[in-house]
Write a protein that binds this ligand. Structure first.
Ligand code: C5P
Length: 218
């Protein structure tokens, strides 16, 4: 079974995806990591993330293990990583180069303990439209920019990272605009996606709702 969860940053996709993966014994692929890996690869080498030629080169040489290595960089999950990722993600050839790696994961999904399992939860922006249009369950999880920025802001503070809410909100809106206005695979729900607005919902409520949807499909 393949479940795709797309939506804007900090809508609650990651937590939901992990809970679903645990409950239904599925592997989990956070596809934002492939773009963060290219972004951090550039930034950590002193290259601007809007350098198209360098971003394309990095994407063409990206592998799953290199991505996991780059994920150890302290900036990988920070706003630096997020902004760099959304810049390289707007480049069509970067997306093209990183697509196969994401699609191949569903052919041989690996569980946390290294064993093979028969399914994947994908989380990203275009996983239901481009990466896995054949998915059995497609969700589009969203929330207002203010709610999402507040969640991200609290996350940064909890991790001990410096954060100013107004700046996180401005970055959230900037990233939304870049992700949804780009030419290649823009952020938008698949025609057959179920849209879930989590602005006024806690994770337990969202999880229960999605489990009902998945159980029906099963
Ligand atoms: O989800 P995350 O915040 O890690 O994603 C970082 C960036 O990667 C997003 O802002 C988006 O530009 C890009 N992305 C994408 N397609 C995906 C996943 C992420 O374009 N499937």
């Amino acid at each position: 079974m393949i479940i795709t969860i797309d939506g804007p940053a900090a809508a609650g996709k990651g937590t939901l995806a992990q809970k679903l993966a645990d409950k239904y014994n599925l592997a989990y692929f956070d596809t934002g990591m492939v773009y963060r890996a290219v972004g951090i690869d550039l930034v950590s080498n002193g290259i601007a993330p809007d350098n198209v030629a360098e971003a394309e080169k990095s994407a063409q040489n990206m592998t799953f293990s290199k991505m996991l290595e780059l994920a150890q960089n302290p900036d990988f999950r920070s706003s630096v990583g997020g902004q760099a990722a959304s810049k390289v993600a707007a480049m069509p050839k970067v997306r093209e180069a990183l697509l196969k790696m994401q699609q191949d994961f569903a052919k041989k999904p690996i569980a946390k303990d290294g064993s093979l399992i028969a399914g994947v939860v994908y989380d990203g922006r275009d996983t239901g439209t481009t990466v896995c249009p054949q998915a059995e369950v497609k969700l589009f999880v969203t929330a207002s920019p203010e709610v999402r920025a507040m969640r991200r802001h609290k996350e940064y503070l909890q991790k001990g990272l410096p954060s100013v809410y107004e700046e996180v909100l401005a970055q959230t809106k900037e990233r939304d605009l870049r992700d949804s206005s780009r030419a290649a695979s823009p952020l938008k729900p698949a025609d057959d996606a179920i849209i879930i607005d989590t602005s006024d919902m806690g994770i337990d409520e969202v999880f229960a709702k999605v489990c009902r949807i998945v159980d029906e499909r099963l």
